[in-house]
Design a protein around this ligand. Structure first.
Ligand code: ADP
Length: 464
């Protein structure tokens, strides 16, 4: 029986290790976290994260070979393999503030492993971290090893996308496992390969050196974000020229070298990873004295900020240059559909800009709580405070409630329920102020049909 411990019961550790338990009934998986409330939620009927298919997997194995606990030390002691999936937020102060990853949680977790382990362990870096973090973990672990206890370190970055995590984990494009190129490193790597190949075809489990593996994760996210910023940059040209961004994306995507995926223009990317990973890459490039490389990747984030700002300007301009005291319905607050995660969501920036213009915003998201929305909008750096939020923000229980009496609707998240056919736009139109505006920030609506109803429609990447 192999024992696996996962430190950090978040968006990465929770689903990825729950899937291991689901696929391998003879492996004991214990997911630990210092956050008691989070562990209590994992042990309840109401899991702390929303992810299609996650409930079934957790409910099927919990209490059998899948456990959630705050007893970090015991789980470390019992484990053969330890995944470290703690948070690595962008630093807010000090060296590299606003860019570098804060590795304090990684270091604390690593030191804890070194302190309490009584047998040899394979420690697996799962959180996305700057290239060469494994080296620091290794140094800490080696300084604390003895002749009876050795620590081997692996890098196994997680490529799951929120909203499709379970499908991504069950049938991944690839699994990356990096190790030190030593006999011991290869042996450790093989142990983890043996776990994944229980349900993933061998050829999809890619092995490489530690640093390539760490950098590959940052590189993959940077390339994905760069595609979005590229199509968003083109959307600005489309709006100014009368070209249609969907047509341009389709035309480009049929080139097999480019491919059709991830070419959807939008109000901007969000999520905890893209911006953070690019900024990590920027910081790394600066540290390596590669300023041109740093500037290149930085521009991907700059374009994303520009897109959010540009969309807000379009809203204000269209609403006769003022939104003061106008009710604006924001549909969607999560950074994308099928997740309740709001980290770096474009909706936060949009809300903040609109509040600063004194609009009254009515927000509805099927999976984000009022508490979360208010917390996001009062975070330092967002630009709005509690008084602003109390005065200008209402959180609603349905799209209909949010839109009633509104001057405009802004689609921020591409939830299926906002699509035509699932939401009754005639009913919404009838309940709104006239003229009734819709700003489609996700290109999910049928603009001609909406115009037939009577809406004035403004879509990203379509002419103004
Ligand atoms: P991610 O999206 O990368 O999974 P999250 O913030 O959702 O990040 O989850 C990381 C989790 O790691 C948090 O729940 C946090 O409480 C937990 N964590 C951080 N440091 C430690 C630690 N030293 N021991 C146990 N859990 C930790």
């Amino acid at each position: 029986m192999v024992n696996i411990c996962c430190i950090g019961a978040g968006y990465v550790g929770g689903p990825s290790c729950a899937v291991i338990a689901y696929q391998c009934h003879d492996i004991n998986v214990t997911i630990v976290d210092l956050n008691q409330a989070r562990i209590d939620a994992w042990n309840s009927d109401n899991l702390p994260i929303y992810e299609p298919g996650l409930d079934e997997i957790v409910f099927a194995r919990r209490g059998k070979n899948l456990f959630f606990s705050t007893n970090v030390d015991q789980a470390i002691i019992d484990a053969d393999l330890i995944f470290v999936s703690v948070n690595t937020p962008t630093k807010k102060t000090g060296m590299g503030a606003g860019m570098a990853a804060d590795l304090a949680y990684i270091e604390t977790a690593t030191r804890r492993i070194a302190q309490v382990a009584t047998t040899s362990k394979i420690v697996i870096e799962k959180s996305t971290v700057p290239c060469r973090t494994a080296q620091s973990m290794r140094t800490i672990l080696e300084a604390n090893s003895s002749k009876d206890i050795r620590f081997d370190i692996l890098s196994n970055p997680e490529f799951l996308a929120e909203g499709t995590a379970i499908a991504d984990l069950t049938k991944p494009d690839r699994v990356l496992i990096g190790c030190l190129q030593t006999p011991e490193g290869f042996a450790a790597q093989q142990k983890l390969v043996d776990v994944y190949t229980r349900w993933i075809p061998k050829e999809k489990v890619i092995t490489m050196n530690l640093w390539s593996s760490e950098l590959s994760k940052l590189a993959a996210n940077a390339l994905l974000a760069q595609r979005i910023s590229s199509i968003n940059a083109l959307s600005a040209i489309c709006e100014a020229t009368g070209a249609d961004v969907d047509e341009v994306a389709y035309a480009c995507g049929t080139d097999s070298r480019i491919g059709p995926k991830f070419l959807k223009a939008s109000v901007g990317f969000g999520g905890s990873c893209f911006q953070k990973d690019i900024l990590n890459l920027v910081y790394l490039s600066e540290q390596l004295f590669l300023p041109e490389v740093a500037a290149y990747w930085k521009s991907v984030v700059t374009m994303n900020e520009y897109q959010k700002m540009r969309f807000t300007h379009r809203i204000v301009r269209t609403l006769f240059n003022t939104v003061t005291n106008k009710k604006i319905a924001l549909l969607g607050f999560a950074f994308k559909k099928d997740t309740g995660d709001t980290r770096e969501s474009a909706a936060i920036t949009l809300s903040s800009y609109l509040i600063q213009e004194h609009a009254n915003i009515a927000i509805y998201d099927p999976k984000v709580s009022a508490k979360q929305i208010k917390m996001d909008l009062t975070e330092p750096g967002v630009g709005t405070n509690e008084a602003d939020v109390n005065k200008h923000v209402t959180v609603c229980q349905s799209a209909y409630e949010a839109c009633a009496g509104a001057a405009a609707i802004v689609i921020c998240t591409e939830w299926d329920e906002f699509k035509m056919g699932q939401t009754d736009y005639q009913k919404i139109f009838d309940s709104m102020q006239k003229p009734a505006f819709i700003f489609d920030g996700r290109l999910i609506l049928d603009a001609p049909k909406l115009r037939e109803i009577g809406f004035r429609v403004e879509t990203i990447g379509k002419s103004i």
